[in-house]
Write a protein that binds this ligand. Structure first.
Ligand code: BTX
Length: 327
């Protein structure tokens, strides 16, 4: 942690009580003038800090941004998010992360922004990324695994984000295979996993995560207002985005480690418990055909098992799926 981050984390930890300038100076082994300079710097970033005579400094309000300074105090990870690249605005965090990964950015690097001008989903579909209201981020991981095991990270991420949302809001999202989280049947989160690899070795996996957090319905493009929702719409309360980011990173690190050490089986159990797909009748739109049947499970490779009406079981590797009611 930098000195500025240390000062900020002390102010945050004091929860509105004054923090003595002398105590900060002694603990950080710098002069009171330096403390004052750091506090001025924080004020320039949008923190409101009040000096209370003879008592110290009180943090009155914090800027609603997902900067490194705001996320770091909440981090409990060993690797994920230890290197944070923050952009007030960018085209797509996936594009920046891909470039940074090629340039050698370390395992766990987080690329995060307030607003994307060209956020994207699968098959180059666009991802609506309202300014300052969501979590638009990409995590670069470098697991020592074979490339064919990479797609499971979409499922690992889905479980991690569901857990984080549950911890922060108390509400449980449902996972719709392969990459959506739903609340009340509407999409609250999308995941886009992209791979940089050699034939037999992963160089990096870039996990793109878009969580609708504090939007009202009107913030979404009209074309998706009936399909999309946010944590605020569902829970009625604003969510602290930096805390949510740190929680997602915590669970992503935890479940990625479990996956790498013990395989997919333990994650699969969790995934199935949150799934709204398994046991349901679905229509799967593949690139060249559309299939209908009952989703009976996923394999240890994360492949969806679809039982057609004639009893045949088909493995679905990639598709858009819709839940259907059989007439
Ligand atoms: P997807 O292809 O499964 O979903 C894209 C579809 O979802 C769109 O065609 C549209 O119908 C709908 N949609 C678009 N925006 C939203 C939204 N904000 N909320 C709900 N539904 C929406 C899902 O792809 C993967 C999305 C990953 C987004 C992250 S954000 C950070 C990173 N950077 C980046 O460019 N993409 C990822």
């Amino acid at each position: 942690m930098t000195i500025k981050e240390k000062i900020l984390s002390q102010l945050l930890a004091a929860k509105g009580e004054p923090v003595s300038g002398q105590k900060l100076a002694d603990e950080l082994n710098i002069s009171r003038t330096m403390i004052w300079k750091y506090l001025k710097g924080l004020e320039e970033e949008g923190y409101v800090i009040e000096a209370v005579k003879k008592k110290g400094y009180v943090l009155q309000s914090i800027p609603d941004v997902v900067s490194k300074e705001r996320i770091s105090p909440y981090l409990t990870t060993s690797h994920l998010g230890q290197n944070i690249m923050y952009y007030p605005i960018c085209d797509s965090t996936q594009n920046i992360a891909a470039e940074k990964a090629r340039e050698g950015a370390p395992h766990g690097t987080l690329v995060i922004t307030e607003e994307q001008t060209a956020g994207r989903g699968r098959l180059e579909r666009s991802w609506d990324s309202t300014a300052n209201k969501g979590v638009w981020m990409s995590v670069i991981i470098r697991p020592e695994i074979s490339p064919h095991l990479a797609p499971q990270f979409t499922l690992v991420s889905a479980v991690a984000i569901t857990k984080a949302i549950e911890d922060i809001t108390g509400c449980v999202a449902e996972i719709k295979w392969p990459n959506d989280l739903l609340m009340n049947g509407k999409k609250v989160t999308g995941i886009l996993t992209e791979l940089q690899a050699e034939m037999d070795r992963v160089q990096s996996i870039i996990i793109g995560i878009g969580v609708n957090v504090n939007q009202e319905v009107e913030a979404f493009d009209v074309s998706i207002q009936s399909l999309a929702t946010s944590l605020k719409i569902e829970t009625g309360s604003e969510v602290n985005r930096p805390e949510l980011v740190a929680k997602i990173l915590y669970y992503l690190e935890k479940y990625s480690n479990i996956y790498i050490e013990s395989g997919f089986e333990p994650i699969k159990l969790l995934w199935e418990s949150y799934s709204c797909t398994i046991g349901k009748r679905i229509r799967a739109s593949l690139l060249k055909e559309t299939l209908e049947g009952v989703a009976i499970g996923i394999t240890n490779e994360g492949v969806l098992q679809l039982q057609l009406d004639d009893g045949e079981i088909r493995g679905i590797y990639s598709a858009d799926i819709h839940l259907v009611n059989k007439s």
